[in-house]
Design a protein around this ligand. Structure first.
Ligand SMILES: Cc1cc2nc3c(=O)[nH]c(=O)nc-3n(C[C@H](O)[C@H](O)[C@H](O)COP(=O)(O)OP(=O)(O)OC[C@H]3O[C@@H](n4cnc5c(N)ncnc54)[C@H](O)[C@@H]3O)c2cc1C
Length: 459
């Protein structure tokens, strides 16, 4: 016997809860299944806790820099890691409880706490019960990749999830992976007071960014004492007493890094291996991401996949945008498409990187005629007033259509300032609209029209 619903949602990540609200509002009798923490990665072990920790780390950094501003702190700066964690936990709890209460009090929604597994194209088993529905939405997200490196099983490594339990200061944190997640943790722990070494396979950090962006990020981190090993193909790990030896084939520096703790931040994999996708006939790609079309439908009619598990995005905003696309197509006769969205994301080191659209490298590869504008943060009055002049702004324009192709803003407020460019891109407005706009003084944004007034052909 199965319990019949109109719709079943598996996972309460960044898209599932909003989808549940919309489905129930549309009168669908809906079930939602969560096996662990309501709110998923972002709320519990991702965006929210890391940004809370980044804020504590920045407070420590600014306290140490007090003298630069004429603020004398009479005594040492002590970071109380127990309090740092308690603050972070309080912020997470608020968000987690918000989602939990939202789900548990929603009319027409039945919440199941357990692991959901498809048994066919329209049935899901959870806690021994069989649920049936014509519509199934998968929002199972992903988890940290733990590669099969020699010796990995012999050490107690940390991931973004177990890092959330750390309430002490690691003596020497070795971060494996110099990309978005790894670098946030690296800078944050350096600011808390740990010695930090980043061991990265590539020949530059965050390889997806332009080389000048990677270089500037490296400088920002090295200025604070983060040690960086590039070109490091990690050979393995070995426990030596209380220490962990990370052996790496490094392009520079001694081969082995000896640390007290290791954080693995080498990528994410989708939670699709134990979902019964084969029983339902749902196709995945070679990395396990569920294959979906431009409207997020899988190859099986009546089953959709939204969020990180479909491989079309790896962010909270892409997951939420997936919900909007699916809801628009399912209920509003509004043909929104994944391909309508413009690439946008942040890297939340301090100062942060805000990114939109194409990189300079991608523009060059596309072969189109383009213009480029670049301005160092050291030229921006607001940055100088705040003694935070690291980074730069860069923008790429299509020479013929005058549309913005992409931008990178690495510097104070970069994660916020990028949005005026994202909005102009969505409005499909020529760059001249922003160039002629009057922006507020003194801000970083006021220099964007100036930068646009000094574009050069991309050679
Ligand atoms: C350290 C870190 C920092 C990040 N920072 C940012 C950031 O600053 N900005 C940003 O945009 N993104 C950030 N991200 C990425 C962001 O967290 C994810 O893109 C986002 O959570 C989207 O996930 P989702 O909706 O696909 O599902 P998730 O949030 O991963 O949630 C999936 C849920 O499904 C549940 N589940 C899985 N399988 C089953 C099953 N079989 N049955 C029942 N339940 C199941 C899981 O328990 C989980 O609760 C960060 C990620 C990490 C790891």
């Amino acid at each position: 016997m199965s319990e019949k619903f109109d719709a079943i949602i598996i996972g309460t990540g960044q898209a599932g809860p909003a989808m549940a609200q919309r489905m129930t509002q549309e009168g669908l009798k809906t079930a939602i299944i969560e096996r662990k923490l309501f709110g998923g990665t972002c709320v519990n072990v991702g965006c929210i806790p890391t940004k809370a920790l980044v804020a504590s780390a920045r407070a420590a950094y600014m306290a140490r820099r007090g003298g630069d501003f004429g603020v004398v702190i009479d005594g040492g700066i002590i970071v109380d890691m127990k309090q740092v964690k308690a603050r972070k936990d309080g912020i997470v709890l608020q968000s987690n409880q918000g989602v939990t209460n939202w789900m548990k009090n929603m009319n027409n929604l039945t919440v199941y706490e357990g692991h959901g597994c498809l048994e066919s194209a329209n049935t899901v088993r959870v806690n021994g019960e069989l649920l049936e529905a014509k519509k199934i939405v998968i929002n199972v997200g992903g988890r940290a990749l733990v590669p099969d490196m020699p010796g990995i099983d012999t050490i107690d490594y940390l991931t973004n999830s177990s890092m959330m339990e750390v309430d002490f200061l690691p003596d020497h944190l070795v971060v494996i992976g110099g990309s978005y997640i790894g670098l946030e943790f690296a800078q944050m722990y350096r600011r808390f007071g740990s010695r930090v070494t980043v061991v990265h396979r590539g020949d530059r950090l965050v390889n997806r960014e332009d080389p000048d962006v990677s270089e500037a990020i490296k400088e920002i981190l090295e200025n604070e004492g983060v040690e960086i090993r590039l070109g490091a193909t990690c050979a393995g790990f070995e426990k030596r007493g209380d220490q962990v030896v990370v052996t790496a084939n490094c392009a520079s520096g001694p081969e082995a890094v000896v640390g007290s703790h290791v954080l693995l931040a080498v990528g994410r994999i989708p939670n699709t291996h134990d979902l019964g996708l084969e029983a339902a006939g749902v196709e995945v790609d070679r990395r396990g991401f569920i294959t979906v079309d431009d409207m997020l439908a899988t190859n099986v009619p009546g089953i959709w996949a939204i969020g990180d598990a479909n491989g079309k995005g790896a962010f909270t905003h892409t997951s939420y945008n997936d919900y909007e696309i699916l809801a628009a197509n399912m209920f509003d006769n509004d043909p929104r498409r994944v391909s309508d969205r413009i690439t946008a994301y942040g890297l939340f080191i301090d100062p942060p990187l805000g990114r939109a659209g194409m990189t300079e490298t991608q523009v060059r590869e596309s072969g189109r005629k383009a213009l480029i504008g670049k301005m160092m943060m050291a030229r921006v009055g607001r940055a100088r007033e705040r003694s935070e002049t690291q980074g730069f702004m860069k923008i790429l324009i299509d020479a013929e259509s005058e549309r913005i192709l992409g931008a990178s803003i690495l510097g104070i407020g970069g994660d916020e300032i990028i949005h005026s460019l994202i909005d102009a891109m969505y409005a499909d407005a020529p760059y001249t609209v922003i160039q002629r706009a009057m922006h507020i003084h003194p801000t970083v944004s006021e220099l964007i029209p100036t930068m646009l007034g000094d574009l050069k052909p991309l050679e």
